[in-house]
Design a protein around this ligand. Structure first.
Ligand SMILES: [Zn+2]
Length: 560
């Protein structure tokens, strides 16, 4: 029984399970060995594995859980008790009432919590406590002082609830309930504690009973007699009992939904060890709400563990209010990897995202990762840049990264930003330099894809184009003809949109005729190449309209 078990890396789903299994054991300080493409451990680490399993999720996601929202109100109570309600304002009363309705009553009465109370060994009747707590409203004749005694009793009642919820045993079950529905359910359901009609009420016992004894039995059996092989790890197995239909959105779950395809699917079965590993998939992924991300770094198991550890700590940073699964955290962890180890060799990375109950895959090529590294400063300058479109705020950094990761150029974004700068400058929260940086990133991106080979790579065509636009603007200013510039800019943007060099040159020739200057060399250069034409053209327009009056932020502030 004490022989070590070795599991090798396979596909992304299994790998995320191995990484999750490793994370769980590491969190509980168990001994586990990582080699190039496998993990090795002794079966004794499976003792109390159900505790380790839930502990991991509770520790990692603690601050995001409803459980935490309930208990973190303790600071508020302590503060006002210590100051004897002297600082208690009408704002405080609002916060108190909001907490009572939105947090306390909502979660304490939730089905998943109610089901857990009978498992918690305590004399406290928590539902009765909850019933006794009500919000405090001032009637027309009352002042805040009049309700302070009532506030005081309410605070002490809430304190009793928190005291109960905070206890080790209540946390063990209530926080576990939260991680089941917030985290684990994203990866699998239908079996064990996620069975629709669970026979066992204790989720810890349920997990253990479902996953662990089959592993132990399997380890102790004589595998020579087994006729079948595990779909994942290929080792011998007795029967087809363990299918993968409990895994969400993997294609294996069809059997669960339509029974007639069962026959087609029953050649997909795994050994009990692999099944246990698959139950750890949610510990390999990082989730925010219903979205998840996993970096499938195949180069080695330790790289896979490291990459996902970085992104997890970036996304779940303590005390961060806005957690989101934009690529921001990914970019930051990539950039960190560079600073940590300059020799870090970049390879293509597969990013697996779980969105709208589906898995999506992106390949981040070496070129894109390299571009992101090289454009670090330009990118960082965009973090606070954005614009408003029909009352929705869009962050330019996120848009740029999303496009790059999908291998799409930035011309559309640039076009949009210039149009907005012209038409609704008050909805623009970016300056000329930030726009310039977007164009620069796009220039590098296009060159990285092999475009603009005819254009001298030493030449900064974005800067040159931008400068010429600026110079033309100055000429118009001197002639007191600035008002004509908007119309010209619109025409130029139209030409760029439909890729018409003729239309663009027509407009420009007229402009330079008007100021009696020759068309600059850089514009003529752009006529040699379609991508260079757009690059130079947009840079030119941006120089031409730069400094357009923006009553909102003076045109050069980057505050949101
Ligand atoms: Zn297996």
């Amino acid at each position: 029984m004490s022989e070590n078990i070795r599991l090798y890396m396979e596909d992304w789903l299994y790998n995320s399970g191995i990484v999750g299994f490793y994370n769980i054991l590491k969190e509980s300080e168990d001994e586990v060995t990582i080699k190039d493409n496998y993990i090795e451990f002794n079966p004794k680490v499976l003792e109390n594995f159900e505790e380790k399993y839930f502990n991991y999720f509770i520790n990692i996601y603690e601050e995001t859980l409803a459980w935490h929202k309930i208990v973190s109100f303790e600071d508020f109570i302590k503060y006002h008790e210590d100051t004897d309600l002297k600082e208690f304002s009408s704002n405080s009363l609002d916060s108190l009432n909001k907490y009572i309705t939105d947090i306390l009553k909502r979660y304490i009465k939730s089905n998943s919590y109610v089901a857990a109370y009978e498992l918690i060994n305590s004399d406290v009747d928590i539902l009765q406590l909850e019933k006794d707590i009500t919000t405090i409203k001032l009637n027309k004749t009352q002042k805040l002082e009049d309700v302070l005694p009532e506030v005081k009793t309410t605070l002490s009642k809430i304190y009793k609830v928190i005291d109960y919820v905070k206890s080790d045993e209540a946390k063990r079950y209530l926080a576990a309930k939260n991680v089941i529905y917030n985290i684990i359910k994203n990866a699998w359901e239908g079996v064990s504690f996620l069975n629709r009609q669970p026979k066992e009420k204790d989720i810890y016992v349920d997990y253990r009973q479902y996953f662990i004894p089959p592993v132990m039995e399997y380890l102790g059996s004589d595998k020579k007699k087994f006729k079948y092989n595990c779909f994942t790890c290929d080792s011998e197995m007795k029967d087809f009992k363990n299918d993968l239909s409990f895994l969400n959105a993997t294609g294996f779950d069809v059997a669960r939904k339509t029974s007639h395809v069962w026959d087609f699917n029953n050649d997909v079965a795994v050994c009990p060890i692999c099944k246990l590993i698959y139950s750890c998939v949610p510990a390999g992924f990082t989730y925010v709400y219903d979205n998840g991300i996993y970096i499938n770094d195949n180069s080695s198991l330790s790289n896979a563990i490291e990459a996902n550890k970085k992104i997890k700590s970036e996304i779940l940073k303590k005390h961060e209010v806005t957690r989101s699964l934009t690529y921001r955290a990914l970019v930051k962890s990539i950039q960190e990897q560079f600073t940590e180890n300059m020799k870090y060799e970049l390879t293509d990375i597969q990013v697996v995202r779980y969105e709208n109950s589906k898995y999506r895959f992106n390949i981040l090529t070496r070129d894109i990762l390299d571009l992101i590294h090289k454009s670090k400063n330009s990118l960082n300058s965009l973090i606070s840049a954005g614009y408003k479109e029909v009352n929705t705020y869009f962050n330019i950094y996120d848009l740029v990264i999303d496009s790059l990761f999908n291998t799409q150029n930035l011309f559309l974004i640039i076009h949009k930003l210039l149009i907005y700068k012209l038409s609704t400058p008050n909805d623009c929260y970016f300056n000329g330099l930030q726009l310039f940086n977007v164009m620069n990133i796009n220039d590098k991106f296009m060159r990285g894809l092999g475009y603009m080979e005819k254009i001298d790579s030493e030449k900064d065509i974005v800067k040159d184009g931008n400068m010429q636009g600026y110079f033309l603007r100055k000429e118009y200013k001197e002639k007191k003809a600035e008002s004509k510039l908007s119309g010209i800019a619109y025409r130029l943007l139209n030409a760029l949109k439909v890729n018409s060099k003729d239309m663009f040159m027509d407009t420009l020739l007229n402009c330079y005729l008007y100021v009696r200057k020759p068309v600059p060399q850089i514009i003529l250069e752009g006529l040699k190449d379609d991508v260079a034409f757009k690059t130079i053209g947009y840079a030119f327009v941006s120089g031409l309209i730069e400094g357009k009056e923006n009553t909102n932020n003076g045109g050069d502030s980057n505050v949101k």
